[in-house]
Ligand binder design. Structure first.
Ligand SMILES: NC(=O)c1ccc[n+]([C@@H]2O[C@H](COP(=O)([O-])OP(=O)(O)OC[C@H]3O[C@@H](n4cnc5c(N)ncnc54)[C@H](O)[C@@H]3O)[C@@H](O)[C@H]2O)c1
Length: 721
């Protein structure tokens, strides 16, 4: 007969057959288990009760949910980060003590892991003597993605279990591992079918209790210094890893992966109990960096948006079959993305050649997935077969949603949309992937404008997470909901925005290019601007970005933006982008823009300097001013901040969180800075107002928006704690 040892709202412990205490995580009123304040407090009480039960011979740790434990509760992180060093240290150490108590029990313990065991959940599992994973189990320490590192013993136990090299790889990359990977390196002791998980874990525990396996030896290994062959080996592993990681992401911007390696290195020589202090101290240091709260804020904004999107999707029509019009760069990418996420799609073009190219592109992307062992050949063939290419509207009667991705020309788009409307069912949703044309205006020729909205993807579709879902004047809730739901099915992050020239992301980006042109006018070399802005954290500088987007495309977009916002989005008479495009330099696509491009052995374009460009740009330069790097940064970023604030004023997007998320996911805004509005908060809004005001005579994009001035005067923040 099972006997109750502890019963709480997150944890229950019972004494079961063979005197095994079974500790079950089951957080009430939540779909997942997580280490929030309640769970941690109950874990303390549960362990105390277990230790008081003298008959217990082994501990089994399980979950009553589909997941084991998803990790520490990230919604509590920002308030932990606000704690004093002493308070934070005490909080970390109290959990260390709990996990150590589990490890130090006078009998063996086994964690039975079905679903995910991440972060703190993984660290708890590592404190058990053994781990059994179900085939769908996943384990990992993703903390470095939030600007911190595992702070409940993960940097101590994982290297001792799976070796320093594996642990460095897991922790520095913050990756999640499947059950088989975990088994291969020794993080898991067995992998079984989900239905057999508890029985298998119990069986392993019984064998340990009976002394058939030397569980004490395992515990000793975890509590002793790390076994490394020699100091030279240690040096090679840890120092090599540090250089590798530093080359991937700037340690000044993303310090936690390197700090985690340094902690593992230092703790390698120590016993577990000595190492705890060191891990805690370094963890506290990471919470003091600006990167940690910024990355946590993005994570929380992502969760907020996911919840909101799911709520919106309740009203969606089911999507069993989609269609894309146009098999070009975007259409091909959309078809690939839809098919690879399991939504069959018809890809229609007017050119057979375009269809062949679109399919070839999808095939290439799938081939890479096979190379990386993400899918097998069967999945490749199945996905390709779910893209139906056509030159006619034959099968459009059964399509639930259409994405129009033909050339960026209002007249053509309108006529294509009117045409397709006649071939689809009455309740089918039509969307447009236009970058610049007003959704309300495109809807004007439609018989059912309520069934239409914008669905704006970013290039390359398979890489960029953002999809702007644009609500036109007449778009119905159903149209928006179905588009949001389809974007979610495609594995994307949909953000609902209002209809205006440039929508949200391109509208905010455009003033940044006006600032760029104004700096060139003041005699600042574009290459230097690119360097300063990549140092700021952008994946590429504005000149390089213009080349990638296409200078002809940028000129076209500029026309739309200037017409849309004539008060501020105008270039002075000589626009460097237009000047280069006028010389036939369209950017990366034809090998020449601000830079010149040659294709390397792997087929990737490599940029290099082109002396001819200075001559072409000479007419743009009006004066030669001394401009410092700090000024370049401020002059580039303030217009982008101002326009972000204007989008909030105009209610183009509902919250600062969605706005910043859009910039990170759609533009590659440096995540460690948290987005434009979070960055403005960190600069200080009063300082933004003052500096931008100083530049007002340069261009109208520096004019301070009323909302920003009001917030600065009122001492407010976009992210009040
Ligand atoms: N390329 C980008 O970076 C990007 C990013 C976001 C949005 N967009 C938008 O996506 C749309 C497509 O852009 P793209 O870069 O893929 O263009 P693209 O020129 O590569 O492809 C357009 C395709 O549409 C086809 N087409 C033309 N008329 C058609 C018709 N009546 N029916 C079916 N197909 C037709 C063409 O044959 C061509 O294959 C544009 O509205 C563009 O503004 C582009």
């Amino acid at each position: 007969m099972a006997q109750n040892i502890f019963e709480g709202k997150a944890i229950a412990v019972t004494r079961t057959e063979h005197d095994i205490a079974e500790l079950v995580f089951d957080l009430k009123d939540d779909s997942v288990n997580k280490f929030n304040a309640l769970t941690l407090s109950e874990l303390g009480q549960a362990i105390a009760e277990i230790k008081n039960s003298s008959e217990i011979k082994g501990l089994l740790i399980t979950s009553a949910k589909d997941v084991f434990i998803v990790g520490a509760d990230v919604t509590e992180f920002l308030s932990h980060f606000k704690k004093s060093d002493e308070e934070l240290t005490a909080w970390l150490k109290s959990t260390h003590e709990l996990f150590n108590q589990i490890e130090d029990l006078p009998y063996p313990s086994v964690a039975a892991i079905g679903g995910v065991a991440l972060g703190g959940g993984c660290e708890l599992a590592l404190s058990a003597t053994y781990r059994v994973l179900s085939t769908n189990g996943q384990i990992g320490l993703p903390e470095t993605k939030l600007g911190i590192f595992p702070g409940w013993g993960g940097t101590i136990r994982l290297p001792r279990l799976i070796g320093a090299d594996n642990a460095i790889e897991w922790i520095a990359a913050g990756s999640t591992q499947g059950a088989q990977e975990a088994l291969k390196v020794g993080a898991a002791d067995a992998v079984v079918e989900p239905g057999e998980l508890t029985a298998a874990a119990r069986d392993l525990l019984l064998r340990a209790i009976k002394g058939e396996i030397d569980w004490r030896e395992r515990v000793n290994t975890k509590r002793s210094p790390l076994k490394l062959k020699s100091p030279v080996e240690s040096m090679m592993i840890f120092e090599g890893a540090k250089s590798f990681v530093a080359a991937k992401a700037s340690p000044a911007q993303y310090p936690s992966p390197i700090e985690a390696i340094a902690v593992m290195q230092k703790c390698a020589m120590m016993t577990r109990d000595q190492a705890v202090d060191h891990e805690v101290k370094s963890f506290v240091k990471m919470t003091r960096t600006p990167t940690a709260p910024n990355l946590v804020t993005i994570f929380l904004s992502d969760q907020f948006n996911k919840k909101k999107s799911k709520k919106v999707s309740v009203q969606a029509e089911p999507v069993n079959l989609a269609a894309v019009l146009g098999a070009g760069i975007m259409g091909g990418g959309i078809a690939y993305q839809s098919a690879s996420k399991g939504v069959p799609i018809i890809m229609k073009d007017i050119s057979q050649k375009a269809l062949i190219q679109g399919m070839a592109e999808a095939g290439k992307l799938l081939g890479k997935q096979v190379e990386r062992k993400k899918i097998d050949m069967e999945a490749l063939a199945k996905t390709l077969a779910s893209i139906h290419q056509t030159l006619s509207y034959g099968d459009f009667g059964s399509v639930n949603i259409v994405v129009e991705a033909v050339v960026e020309n209002e007249k053509i788009k309108k006529s294509v949309l009117q045409e397709v409307e006649q071939h689809v069912a009455q309740n089918a949703i039509l969307t447009s992937n236009t970058s610049t044309i007003s959704i309300s205006s495109l809807a004007s020729g439609l018989a059912r404008p309520e069934n239409f909205c914008g669905m704006h993807f970013f290039n390359p579709v398979h890489m960029m997470p953002l999809v702007e879902v644009i609500r036109g004047e007449k778009s119905s809730e159903k149209a928006v909901a179905t588009t949001v739901a389809y974007a979610l099915r495609m594995g994307k992050t949909p953000i609902v925005v209002g209809d205006c020239p440039g929508f949200l992301v391109n509208r905010i980006l455009f003033p940044y290019f006006i600032a760029f042109a104004a700096l060139i006018e003041d005699g600042v070399d574009f290459r230097r601007i690119d360097k300063v802005m990549t140092r700021f954290g952008w994946p590429m500088g504005p000149a390089h970005l213009s080349d990638v987007v296409g200078l002809d495309t940028s000129v076209h977009a500029a026309g739309v933006m200037t017409a849309g916002y004539p008060d501020r989005m105008t270039f002075s008479e000589v626009n460097p982008i237009a000047l280069l495009a006028g010389q036939g330099r369209y950017g990366q696509k034809n090998g020449a823009g601000f830079y010149k491009y040659e294709t390397d052995k792997r087929g990737k374009p490599q940029k290099s300097d082109d002396a001819a460009v200075d001559g072409i740009l000479a007419p743009c330069i009006k004066r030669r001013l001394e401009v410092s790097d700090e000024e370049i940064e401020a002059r580039m970023m303030l217009p982008l901040i101002n326009e972000s604030v204007r989008c909030l004023e105009d209610k183009i997007v509902e919250t600062p969180m969605e706005l910043d998320l859009s910039l990170v996911y759609g533009l590659g805004f440096p995540p460690f800075r948290g987005g434009a509005l979070k960055y403005a908060d960190s600069l200080g809004l009063a300082r933004c107002v003052e500096t931008s005001g100083r530049y007002e005579n340069i261009a109208a994009v520096y004019k301070v928006p009323a909302l920003l001035r009001g917030m600065a005067d009122g001492g407010k923040l976009f992210y009040p704690m």
